[in-house]
Design a protein around this ligand. Structure first.
Ligand code: IPE
Ligand code: IPE
Ligand code: MG
Length: 245
């Protein structure tokens, strides 16, 4: 199952992915941008299965940012409808494959039907013991941090929390990712070298792999390349490499 070149003992536990380049993929084929989003869904389904099969514990995918609302209304509407359709169509398979799905972001701004489907999928898969699949929908890293600050401030104002006891764990516990390890590997497709407001806190020490492949073309080969790149890195976390003199 796992490609022979990969060391099973040195896999990232948590992979995060900025699924970028759907529009360019479509444009290169003379198709409307939204066809790229449709093709992107297939790439996400196969990446989830590969991660699960290869023994990765968590996959967090950036599906829609707080800034993506600034796109033309037709594209935003297409994406929201696509999320609804895919969730409806895939829920049984997710359950069968023991995937635990969660949606990270300000969900109350999403269309009501999508919110209902999200609540159903989250509840139905909550007890599943397979891969953790986090879909960042109306997610923004800065907004997530503002929300964490507000929650801590509210508790402080009520006298429930002593400001001097607020530490990194207190902030991490207020993020949408609470309870999840930080990503070890961030993959961004389509060649852009930026974070675009994704997991600003959580990516502090992630290894970053940028590939020119556009998201709809991301496949087993591209994932293997990203994992090989990860395995070639020397993670020091600010310390020194114990293997070099
Ligand atoms: C990523 O692909 C998907 C979303 C942001 C929803 P894009 O739609 O950003 O594709 P490009 O970057 O324009 O090619
Ligand atoms: C990041 O891609 C958001 C998602 C993949 C959902 P964008 O295409 O929105 O990012 P920018 O605009 O190129 O920074
Ligand atoms: Mg883009």
């Amino acid at each position: 199952m796992l490609p022979l070149e990969l060391n099973p003992d040195r896999l990232p536990q948590h992979v995060a992915v900025i699924m970028d380049g759907n529009g360019r993929w479509a444009a290169a084929r003379g198709l409307p941008r939204v066809m790229g989003h449709r093709a992107g869904v297939e790439a996400l389904k196969s990446t989830l299965r590969l991660c699960s099969d290869w023994g990765i514990s968590s996959l967090t995918a950036y599906a829609f940012s707080t800034e993506n609302w600034s796109r033309p209304g037709d594209e935003v509407n297409f994406l929201m409808t696509l999320f609804e359709r895919v969730l409806q169509a895939e829920l049984k398979a997710l359950e069968a494959e023991q995937v635990r799905i969660r949606f990270l972001g300000d969900l109350d701004q999403l269309p009501e039907k999508l919110q209902r489907l999200i609540a159903e999928a989250t509840a139905c898969t909550a007890a599943n013991c397979g891969i953790h699949f986090n879909v960042c929908t109306n997610y923004g890293g800065r907004r997530e941090l503002v929300r964490a600050a507000q929650n801590l401030a509210r508790r402080t104002a009520k006298g429930e929390l002593d400001p001097d006891t607020i530490d990194e764990n207190s902030i991490a516990a207020e993020l949408f990712t609470a309870g999840e390890n930080d990503p070890d590997l961030l993959i961004r497709t389509s060649g852009e070298h930026r974070i675009s407001n994704f997991l600003l806190w959580q990516l502090a020490y992630a290894e970053i792999h940028v590939t020119d492949v556009c998201w709809p073309d991301f496949n087993a080969e591209a994932l293997k390349t990203a994992l090989l790149d990860f395995q070639s890195r020397n993670r020091r976390f600010g310390g020194l490499d114990p293997t070099t003199p």
